[in-house]
Design a protein around this ligand. Sequence first.
Ligand SMILES: [Zn+2]
Length: 85
Amino acid sequence: MAKPYCCPNCKTNKTRFNLIEQHAKIVKLDSNTGEIISEHTKENIEPYHMLYMGPSLKIQCGVCGLLEDEEMFIKYATYRGKEST
Ligand SMILES: [Zn+2]
């Protein structure tokens, strides 16, 4: 469900944003060269390899350039919404 955003830094932007989708690529590297030896999926991941736990989306303000989690922009929009009523 879509929620309104408001930038907590410049405090005015509610419409222009860059949505950065983060997709973790699971790889195994050669310890000497850094080259990718193999790529994995969640289904065939090796034991002890921790899955990416971070947010799938990062948001950048299209006005001031602030880069934050989506939650920050939603929370600020909610806060601003309450303030004005
Ligand atoms: Zn901003």
